[in-house]
Ligand binder design. Structure first.
Ligand code: GDP
Ligand code: MG
Length: 259
């Protein structure tokens, strides 16, 4: 897997300088991996361990940020107790929804590159090497894709979910041209650009990726799809009524309000 050689910047700690941090922001590192987490006590331990194991082998300075989204289980405790070789920060988010959690994690970042992975690591974390190489080469966003040439789906979703996903994709493709898969839970960004785009975003649920990618493109940013080897985890937190229906509604609203 490609190992991106990050060039030092004024914000990276590798410069040795004590870079100023805005209030509410974490100290800068090369890359922050945000994990939005809602009732993830069972899945988080293994995913944190795998993410940390991978990051520890890289030359980049890094941090994992778990955004506990009002979980009713021991998600925060599991994250705090995780024994990892890289720093893990646990923050909360008072607004429900995956989009709200990802937004909170990325808006509080001062890293050079920031992105998120789902707590099930359905996309293997070692795709991060190629993602960072593409960001270093000038991409604004690098997003895991299950439908780009070369991608593989190793374990499929249940049929109802696949049908819903196909309908959602048909709608999303009209709003984010050139992107086959807006919904994969693996996306990394040039941090300043994504914060700029997020400032204009309002969707808090599972459709947030569409609004965010559209915003990145509207600002002239480039979105690169990275074909990934993806496996469904049947312990998904997505509930059809609680999450799926609002996601469709939000996507239709975005479609109606397209610039
Ligand atoms: N359903 C749901 N997931 C959330 C929420 N906030 C954060 N998440 C996280 O968003 C990610 C969604 O991934 P997952 O449950 O695997 O859904 P799927 O892969 O789309 O089926 C997980 O890491 C969740 O813990 C929320 O309010 N609701
Ligand atoms: Mg999943």
């Amino acid at each position: 897997m490609t190992q991106a050689q990050l060039t030092p910047t004024s914000t990276a700690p590798s410069t040795g300088a004590a870079a100023p941090t805005r209030p509410g922001r974490r100290a800068p590192v090369d890359v922050e991996v945000v994990i939005p987490a809602y009732n993830e006590a069972r899945r988080l331990d293994g995913s944190l361990a795998a993410t940390a194991r991978y990051l520890a082998t890289r030359s980049w300075s890094s941090r994992i940020v778990v955004v506990d989204n009002g979980s009713a289980d021991k998600t925060a405790g599991v994250a705090r107790r995780a024994v990892t070789g890289v720093p893990v920060e646990v923050i909360g988010c008072v607004i429900a929804g995956k989009g709200a959690a990802v937004r909170r994690g990325m808006m509080t970042s001062a890293a050079r590159y920031v992105g998120f992975v789902d707590a099930d690591l359905a996309t293997p974390i070692d795709a991060l090497g190629e993602a960072l190489a593409a960001l270093e080469a000038g991409a604004t966003a690098v997003i895991g894709s299950r439908y780009a040439g070369g991608a593989e789906i190793l374990r499929k979703q249940p049929v109802a979910r696949r049908l819903g996903g196909a309908a959602f994709r048909a709608l999303a493709r009209r709003m984010v041209p050139g992107v086959a898969d807006t919904q994969c839970g693996f996306k990394f960004f040039e941090r300043r650009a994504v914060q700029h785009a997020l400032a204009g975003c309002a969707v808090t649920g599972f459709a947030f990726d569409v609004e965010l990618l559209r915003g990145v493109q509207a600002q002239g940013g480039t979105v690169v799809e990275l074909p990934v080897a993806w496996s469904d985890d049947n312990r998904s937190t997505l509930r059809p009524l609680r999450d799926g229906v609002p996601a469709f509604r939000a996507a239709l609203t975005l479609w109606g309000a397209r610039p």
